[in-house]
Design a protein around this ligand. Sequence first.
Ligand SMILES: C[S@@+](CC[C@H](N)C(=O)[O-])C[C@H]1O[C@@H](n2cnc3c(N)ncnc32)[C@H](O)[C@@H]1O
Length: 230
Amino acid sequence: MTTEQPESDDPQLATESKGADAYRDPSWWYDVRGFFILMGTYQVMIWTHLAFFARNLGNRHLEAAIGSGTFMALTLLTQKIKGGKMPEEIIGIDYAERMLNGAKRLFRNNKKIQLIQADLSNINYPDAYFDSANIAHSFHAFPDPDKVLKELHRVMKPKAELYVDVLLAPRGGSIRKAIATRVNNFCFKKGILARTCDPETTKAQFEANDFSIIDSYIKGNTYHVIARKL
Ligand SMILES: C[S@@+](CC[C@H](N)C(=O)[O-])C[C@H]1O[C@@H](n2cnc3c(N)ncnc32)[C@H](O)[C@@H]1O
């Protein structure tokens, strides 16, 4: 027997996460659209995000939900420009084939990067393998964030750090809020946004999965989280 969900006017309630099916557009279109989503909903400049994630590139790095790879390529470029140490090995995981195809094209000449199509709740790597992990623009898209956090905790080395930008419910003045709400509603309908978050619940969620929050701050509608595996 199947149970039909009642229809709702609230796009967040009306839309179930479509998982990998939500990412069927070509990856170049995702990149163009993603730039406007970044400005409209996160309300943070792209270089702020790049500087944040470039700070967490360990020797064996896991890029969780790498998508089309464009943001990862720009993060590596940021690190290069800063003169920072580059990882020896990068594993990029994503469950959407089309997105990953874009990343495969982009990194076809980079032997240090391996791209794997998989669900982040089941990562085929040994315990305590990675020195660092980043989740860029994806936490709020995970159908089951707790499963992902548990699995990342397993594959990360003790004391390794996880950097995440978490999308908050729209805040700030009425115009800023209206823009973010509109963009979010579009993303809910497309199935690429499962939820917006609040800082207290998110912090508690990381702690419940055995991460300690060593720093966190809010910019625009983005909650930047630096978590350490206990
Ligand atoms: C908004 S995109 C971000 C991609 C990339 N990190 C970036 O910043 O451009 C979200 C990505 O999360 C991936 N994703 C969501 N849930 C996932 C899961 N459970 N396992 C693997 N990939 C997942 C989607 O396929 C999509 O490529």
